[in-house]
Design a protein around this ligand. Structure first.
Ligand SMILES: C[S@@+](CC[C@H](N)C(=O)[O-])C[C@H]1O[C@@H](n2cnc3c(N)ncnc32)[C@H](O)[C@@H]1O
Length: 372
């Protein structure tokens, strides 16, 4: 049943359609969401809504997606013997008349997806935007998941890890966090929104790193390659992007980061990288040497020692290949660290991406890893 057009339910449903469109969800799924708003058929209002979105999307360089959506929309309205609006036909005709070369160029360029995290009533309010019930993160990414663009795609585990960060802000507030294989940088943006003290995003691929920096800028987070706080720096969360290939990261470099929390999303997939990834994780999980507290009073000394909790790593992963994951577990066992599946215990409280039907949250596992 469609909600009354002006009711809060209808508004929420249209927000889902808009969010799905901005995240460039598969066009079938976006149109199915629109049908939910209207009680089944595609109304003139829904057509006008999509037409406006497509005009804006194409102005922002996402013409290829807008074209796919309009094509599907026209097909479905015609199948129902409905009336396609003139402006919808005209907009589609514009894309059709673009030259073939133009279309090819558009297919190859990076696109900007807008990922909207929708906070339901009664859920957490972000310190960065306390009056808003949504956080929209623009991210430049590639539609091509393979051929060297692995790190420029949004993988399901980073959606999960982002929901996790936004659901458990208290775990991250005022904490120093480092992420391995950060890809587009979405988890880092979420960490900044929950006011982590320091966010170090890393990747081994230089093109991915350049794209990540651009994404931080799009999200109004300045990054630089200097690890030390600059004099006069006013940003609440320090965000850094670092080139950190697991194979060559030196022990001395890794020992400098001293994080409270290590994060990683979809980083367990290449068997040849696993020993290197684990070496990096073990080094990051190592507690920094105790400071010389001998001059402190006994009580102060105890407080100083208790002050620092053990470092923990949260790794989210889709287990696509059981052999690869078992190889990871075998290495974990050999390296004096322990791993616990915390998916049930620490599952995100709220579904913050309810419109994103392409994201199967249940396919992702969350592991906590710490030194024994
Ligand atoms: C599947 S992608 C996941 C990206 C992102 N975390 C996400 O979930 O959307 C794996 C990421 O790990 C990075 N990576 C793969 N092998 C690496 C290595 N040996 N050293 C450092 N980073 C690596 C890739 O460049 C890529 O960004």
């Amino acid at each position: 049943m469609a909600a009354n057009e002006n009711s809060p339910e209808a508004e929420a449903q249209y927000l889902h359609v808009l969010s799905a469109f901005l995240a460039m969800e598969p066009v079938d799924s976006v149109i199915a969401l629109a049908r939910e708003c209207t009680g089944g058929s595609i109304t003139d209002k829904a057509q006008r809504f999509f037409w406006e979105l497509c005009v804006k999307a194409s102005a922002n360089g996402n013409a290829s997606y807008a074209k796919k959506l309009l094509k599907k929309l026209i097909n479905e309205v015609e199948l129902e013997n409905g009336q396609v609006l003139d402006q919808v036909y005209e907009e589609y005709a514009l894309y059709m008349s673009a030259s073939k070369e133009d279309a090819l160029v558009k297919e190859n360029i990076r696109i900007t997806k807008f990922i909207s995290f929708l906070f339901p009533e009664g859920s957490y309010k972000l310190p960065s935007c306390p009056n808003s019930r949504e956080l929209v993160i623009p991210l430049q990414c590639s539609l091509n998941m393979l051929e060297g663009d692995t790190g420029c795609s949004i993988w399901p585990s980073s959606l999960f890890l982002s929901e996790f960060v936004l659901s458990y802000p208290d775990l991250f507030v005022n904490k120093s966090c480092i992420e391995v294989g950060s890809g587009v940088g979405m988890v880092g943006v979420c960490l900044a929104h929950v006011k982590a003290k320091k966010v170090i995003l890393t990747d081994g691929d230089l093109l991915t790193l350049a794209n990540m920096k651009l994404n931080l800028e799009m999200n109004h987070l300045n990054s630089d390659d200097e690890l030390l706080k600059q004099p006069g720096e006013t940003q609440n969360t320090q965000v850094k992007c670092i080139h950190l290939p697991w194979e060559t990261a030196s022990e001395s470099e890794l020992s400098e980061y001293r994080p409270d929390i290590v994060l990683g999303a979809d980083v367990i997939y290449d068997p040849s990288c696993l020993p290197h990834l684990l070496r990096v994780l073990v080094a990051l999980l190592r507690k920094p040497p105790q400071r010389d507290n001998s001059a402190l009073e006994t009580e102060d000394r105890d407080t100083a020692q208790q002050g620092r909790s053990p470092v923990v790593a949260y790794i989210a992963s889709v287990i696509r290949n059981a052999d690869t994951f078992n190889a990871f577990l075998t290495l974990v066992d050999k390296m004096n660290i322990s791993i616990t599946d915390v998916t049930g215990e620490l599952s995100p409280h709220f579904e913050l991406l309810p419109y994103m039907h392409s994201y199967d949250r249940s396919s992702v596992r969350l592991f906590s890893i710490s030194s024994r």
